[in-house]
Design a protein. Structure first.
Lengths: 232, 417
């Protein structure tokens, strides 16, 4: 069963009077429990494809089905609610909220649920434990290293137990050691917690951790995409 | 409520900016409440005037007295029920000695002290013609036995209950007053008075009636000054309030060709004219309030715009996490409202404080009472109005940046990081 099904998707941006085709009829299937890497040069459209899968952008044409829901047909508010339940997003620059502590950052998506304050806090601490930062729950982002910030961001992404994790260059701002740890953590989430992961990366070593790699070139999937990684 | 800590944390993060914005809002609401409080007190004063009373004064200015001979002629005008001399005495207690108001026990150094006055102990005092005055002034009720004693003692006076409590004066106590108006001073020193009656002013029925007033015989003033003073004003009670204009014109017509022409008007118009000596207060005070409110609106809107601009990434993250556009907009407006609420509370509290000071600090209290502003206070309706203005400003200031956050697309905001 496909967790993500991208069907003949086109994405065209209009700048002034000029039309720029970023994605040109892309189709892609990601089975449930897969760890997929999207690779390609800058401007190839991989982040745009990731945004479409995450439901934070809409295609010009085509459809995107995630966990059986055609996200292109949802209204803005329904799409927001859908995101909160189904997708965890990991950013390159972590994007933690500086005024909130680690546990409060992780708790943030749970504010949209009907959980009590105590339940929210328990879940957030559990998520921090999963990423190995239970002892830093009271620390603010400025008090954490880049790798630790990214781990908090991953905890925030998984705290609602989403079906799909999307990661936009999650190791792009990290040193080699921290990047290795983050990739290990993502591997664990995929293997042990059965999360379907779609990751955009420039880093071949990061891509090697995925089960399959898809290469984008000027808005289309290049030949040879779908190579199963040896690590699987 | 679960979002409240989130909002408060943001406000605390840039505490300097939060503090200055809150203070600006507080100043706005403080000015609004205080100015509206003053206007309300003036309105109360106007409302408490009697429609049945006219005031006749010198046509040129209140500074000039009106001849005593006019009284009988005014009384003869059809529609006039009674006429009473009412002269603002402007007396104050001679300078304090050892921190106490001067009384008859402390007058040994009177000659030395008579040229000085203690303005901090000032209160309204009027020389009146008792019988007609009290007959037409139900706001100052006096017990019959006390009134009889007052009428029998030329140095006797009637004081309001608040004045009695303030100086702990009882029936039979003596005190001295000296006017700052030269014709009302006598060579032998301050005027001596004896408390003969205490009036329990009905503040419920007459909210602006002065419970700190002191009223005494005009005859005493007249005789003590060598029969040289005339009447400051005449207070006229008329039979029919609907004929006020006609009676006023008839009174003024009597003296149209005399050296001391008169100007007669309703008590309300007289009070309004008295207030108007300070200019068009309502326009001035409302103008100040509006200008300040607009400035604060711009300041707060700018603060909120800066806050939203700085937090574009955060807004993008919130939306990515599943916060709806309306939810994000509500958070921004709530933050502006929180600023407004804090500022509003501070402003209302400050206004309440200044009102208390104005009505309790010696000197200021009496100066206001002298102007008739005895009901100066922050009324609950004005405090609520102040809070509503603060909330209105908060919503207005927060709306534009909040709408920007509502409309912003996640991908655009993430791209501009």
């Amino acid at each position: 069963m496909s967790m993500v099904e991208v069907q003949t998707v086109r994405k065209v941006y209009t700048r002034d009077t000029q039309e720029i085709t970023v994605l040109d009829g892309i189709s892609l299937q990601v089975p449930e429990g897969e760890f997929v890497a999207l690779m390609g040069p800058s401007g190839s459209g991989k982040t745009t494809l990731l945004n479409l899968i995450a439901g934070i952008d809409r295609p010009t044409s085509g459809s995107v089905l995630v966990a059986g829901t055609d996200v292109t047909r949802l209204s803005e508010s329904d799409l927001a609610r859908w995101r909160s339940r189904n997708v965890g997003f990991i950013f390159q620059f972590y994007n933690l909220i500086p005024v909130l502590s680690a546990v409060e950052n992780v708790e943030l998506p749970l504010l949209l649920t009907s959980l009590s304050g105590k339940e929210r806090r328990e879940r957030a601490l559990t998520a921090l434990k999963v990423v190995g930062l239970a002892d830093r729950s009271g620390h603010y982002p400025r008090q954490l290293s880049g790798g630790q910030e990214q781990r908090v961001a991953i905890a925030r992404a998984i705290v609602t137990d989403p079906k799909v994790l999307v990661a936009d260059e999650p190791t792009g701002d990290l040193d080699a050691k921290s990047a290795h740890e983050i990739l290990d953590l993502m591997g664990t989430l995929n293997k042990d917690f059965k999360k379907t992961i779609v990751m955009v990366t420039h880093d071949p070593r990061a891509a090697e951790r995925a089960h399959s790699q898809h290469h984008l070139e000027k808005g289309v999937l290049a030949n040879g995409s779908g190579v199963t990684a040896a690590a699987h | 409520m679960k979002f409240l800590p989130f909002i408060l944390k943001h406000l605390r993060y840039k505490w300097g900016r939060t503090l200055t914005t809150v203070l600006a809002m507080a100043l706005c609401i403080f000015l609004f409440c205080t100015l509206q409080g003053i206007l309300a007190a003036i309105d109360d004063l106007m409302a408490s005037t009697s429609a049945k009373r006219l005031i006749t004064r010198h046509a040129v200015s209140l500074v000039f007295n009106v001849p005593l001979s006019y009284q009988s002629r005014i009384a003869s005008v059809p529609g006039v029920k009674r006429v009473a001399i009412t002269s603002w005495f402007g007396g104050s207690l001679p300078a304090k000695k050892e921190g106490k108001a001067q009384t008859e026990d402390e007058d040994e150094d009177q000659d030395e002290l008579q040229s000085t006055t203690d303005w901090s102990q000032f209160f309204t005092n009027m020389a009146v013609e008792p019988e007609p005055f009290f007959a037409m002034s139900p706001e100052y009720p006096v017990a019959p036995d006390q009134f009889r004693d007052f009428m029998q003692d030329m140095q006797g006076c009637v004081i309001g209950r608040k004045l009695a409590e303030r100086f702990n004066w009882k029936i039979g106590d003596h005190f001295f007053l000296e006017s700052f108006i030269p014709p009302y001073r006598k060579p032998s020193g301050p005027f001596e008075f004896v408390v003969r009656a205490i009036s329990d002013v009905d503040r419920a029925k007459y909210p602006s009636a002065d419970a700190s007033i002191m009223l005494f015989h005009h005859k005493y003033l007249y005789q003590a000054t060598g029969e040289r003073v005339a009447a400051g004003t005449y207070t006229i009670e008329i039979e029919d309030p609907d004929r006020a204009g006609e009676v006023s014109a008839a009174v003024d017509a009597l003296f149209a060709n005399s050296p001391a022409k008169t100007h007669t008007e309703t008590e309300r118009a007289f009070v309004a004219g008295f207030m108007a000596m300070a200019g068009n207060l309502a326009l001035l005070l409302n103008g100040i309030g509006l200008a300040v409110s607009f400035t604060i609106l711009v300041v707060t809107a700018n603060t909120m715009s800066m806050a939203v601009r700085e937090r574009r990434t955060e807004i993008a993250v919130l939306k990515t996490l599943g916060f709806t556009s309306a939810g994000v907009m509500a958070l921004v407006v709530a933050e502006a409202l929180m600023l407004a609420l804090l500022g509003g509370a501070l402003g209302v509290g400050g206004s309440k404080g200044i009102m208390w000071m104005l009505t309790h600090l010696p000197g200021l209290r009496e100066a206001l009472a002298g102007m008739g502003l005895t009901t100066l206070d922050l009324k609950p309706t004005i405090a609520l109005l102040g809070a509503a203005v603060a909330l209105g400003l908060g919503i207005a200031a927060g709306f534009a940046p909040a709408f920007g956050a509502y409309r912003a697309r996640i991908t655009d905001m993430l791209r501009t990081v």
